[in-house]
Ligand binder design. Structure first.
Ligand code: MN
Length: 233
């Protein structure tokens, strides 16, 4: 046992369907503007190369199956928004991974929210500053149970949506990803050596919108476990 001078943080982990064993989280990669309509609502064409940002592992909020998790309304923002995303869980690391080989690096998939302090992100964009304060805050990365890839059929045409109070906020299909899952893995692995335990939030469709204290977000991707997350004071 290593003797630490301060308490070591616990390993962040996510439940996996069908087993008591958990998935240990390393880095969280997020893809920016990866659906055309969302890129357009953010003021872009949707034709740019993929780009990425990173959130710390300890921004994860585990959402267990059938349970409504809670997230505190974060400080400093007046425009706290949901982004529903397909999350890819890397089971085998690597660098310069070929698109054709990317599937061999996937452990499984989950439904997640890339929560965003949009007003702060927008301000940082205008100033040419990093997005950290808009994206990488505490509790910013809710994620549901992971379904192992072997148990997931093709997600290519899966529907993805988030509802608040029974009404659609975002709805699309995974087929509308500008850069598909394999391409995203290939691109990231050219810039970083992917590690087993990395999560990739693959981007969000159009319809990002604000939530308030008391709202519950219901997230869905066909073939995966739904998530429910309530915003609390
Ligand atoms: Mn996002």
């Amino acid at each position: 046992m290593t003797n630490y001078v301060i308490p070591a943080a616990p390993q962040v982990s996510v439940p996996v369907l069908g087993t008591d064993a958990r998935f240990p989280v390393q880095r969280i990669y997020c893809v920016g503007r990866n659906y055309v309509e969302h890129a357009q609502e953010m003021g872009f064409t949707g034709r740019e190369p993929p780009f990425f940002f990173i959130k710390p592992a300890n921004t994860v909020v585990v959402v267990d199956a059938g349970v409504t998790a809670t997230v505190p309304y974060p400080p400093l923002t007046k425009d706290y928004q949901h982004e529903i995303e397909l999350v890819v869980c890397i089971g085998k690391g690597g660098k310069n991974i070929a698109v054709a080989d990317a599937k061999y690096h996937i452990y499984g998939y989950a439904v997640g929210f890339d929560m965003t302090r949009r007003d702060l992100q927008t301000e940082q964009k205008k100033l040419g500053r990093p997005w950290c304060i808009g994206k990488s805050f505490d509790h910013a990365s809710p994620i549901g149970p992971i379904t192992p890839a072997a148990q997931v059929g093709s997600l290519d045409n899966a529907e993805i949506f988030v509802q608040v109070a029974g009404k659609d906020r975002q709805r699309s299909t995974i087929s509308k990803l500008i850069w598909n899952v394999s391409e995203v893995i290939a691109h990231i692995s050219n810039a970083w050596e992917l590690q087993a335990g990395d999560l990739i939030y693959t981007g969000t469709p159009a319809g990002v919108a604000a939530v308030a204290v008391g709202d519950t977000m219901h997230g869905h991707v066909d073939g995966l476990t739904d998530i429910a997350v309530k915003v609390v004071a």
